[in-house]
Design a protein around this ligand. Structure first.
Ligand code: COA
Length: 330
């Protein structure tokens, strides 16, 4: 079934926070953060609970809208009208409200006409859950075009007195427009070749954050066993990718969730692939949870690195514990 990413967009808040700035707030150093994670800097809202101006109705909705608008603008330049987008899925674990869903506000603000709109919550694997869900809807013929957004305002959750978690995350949003309309085929047989999602809920305690909305302010601190998450990713992501490929030729690009540069290196090594097939931007944005993959896709699209007919693997992993992947011909 023909399915193609025809447009992308992204957004990060203006405020840049370097490792040195964090070292002024807690017992850490630029050297420790860079060597353990590859992160140099991240973008964070100053105080997401006191958002003003364009963010007044909430930083998650506004971030998603800016990224979404940029993706729709690119789609319009290629000849797809916004009124043709019938499905809007937002992946986030940091919504502005328990309800209504982020996607409902986003679809309204972006002027989509009567779309199906809903959120999916699978933390760092959320974007893959959204992408695979949208691809299934498109292949069923129920919708022709979908706007998929991964957005997380992690600064809502970060405890700046916990150096083991607060240095890892950033705020951001990435969006893409996926189409099954064959008028965009342009010769290449783009489509999803295989998609997978996996969870092991028995290990949910390794990475968790109970909602302060529902359980009181004390409940919002993030709990993470960093080493266990690291080992899970390094062991399971290569397995997932091997299963996705199932004997198919090596893809040109491995677009992985950006959690730690050392995880990318370890996965590349296990798959016996060179690092230049693993594009990365974790050094500039840190881990933006559901936004990492679409943020990276947007950079690759704008740099002209997503070539029609190339194959790519996208893979996410994180809280759940969960894993998601897709093998895609671009
Ligand atoms: N600055 C300085 N020291 C720090 C620190 C920081 N920001 N954070 C933790 N430490 C200290 C700890 O207190 C501990 O000290 P101790 O040995 O005296 O107790 C030590 O560093 C931890 O070292 P280690 O466990 O060897 O670190 P690591 O190499 O495993 O790296 C992570 C830690 C968190 C960077 C790494 O495990 C990781 O990235 N895991 C994956 C996390 C992740 O991606 N989560 C989201 C998934 S979607």
């Amino acid at each position: 079934m023909f399915t193609k990413i025809i447009a992308t967009g992204s957004y990060v808040p203006e405020r840049l926070v370097t490792n040195d700035e964090l070292a002024g707030m807690m017992e850490t150093s630029d050297e420790w953060i860079r060597t353990r994670t590859g992160i140099r800097e991240r973008h964070l809202f100053e105080d997401p609970s006191a958002a003003v101006g364009a963010e007044a109705e909430g930083t998650t909705v506004s971030s998603a809208c800016i990224a979404g608008e940029r993706a729709i603008h690119m789609a319009e330049e290629k000849g797809l009208q916004r009124s043709e987008i019938g499905l809007c899925i937002v992946a986030t674990c940091t919504p502005d409200a328990v309800f209504p869903a982020t996607a409902c506000a986003v679809a309204d603000r972006l002027g989509l006409s009567a779309p199906a709109a809903f959120d999916l919550s699978l933390a760092c694997t959320g974007f893959l859950a959204a992408f695979n869900t949208a691809a299934i809807y498109l292949s069923s013929g129920m919708y022709k075009n979908a706007l998929i957004i991964g957005v997380d305002v992690m600064s809502k959750l970060l405890d700046m007195s916990d150096r083991s978690t607060s240095i890892l995350f950033g705020d951001g949003a990435g969006a893409l427009v996926l189409t099954s309309d064959t008028r965009f085929r342009e010769g290449s047989d783009s489509g999803v070749l295989k998609a997978l999602l996996r969870t092991d809920g028995s290990r949910g305690g390794v990475l968790s954050c109970r909602s302060a909305y529902l359980n009181g302010p004390e409940a919002s601190a993030m709990h993470m066993d960093g080493r266990a998450v690291f080992e899970f990713a390094v062991r399971e992501v290569p397995r997932l990718i091997t299963e996705l490929l199932d004997g198919q030729p090596e893809p040109e690009l491995y677009i992985l969730h950006q959690a730690n540069y050392r995880i990318l290196e370890a996965v590349a090594k296990r798959l016996r692939q060179p690092m230049d097939r693993f594009p990365h931007n974790i050094e500039r944005y840190a881990n933006t949870t559901a936004a990492t993959i679409p943020l990276l896709l947007d950079e690759l699209m704008r740099e002209g690195r997503l070539h029609d007919g190339d194959t790519t693997v996208m893979a996410g992993f994180g809280a759940g514990l969960s894993l998601g992947g897709v093998l895609l011909r671009l």
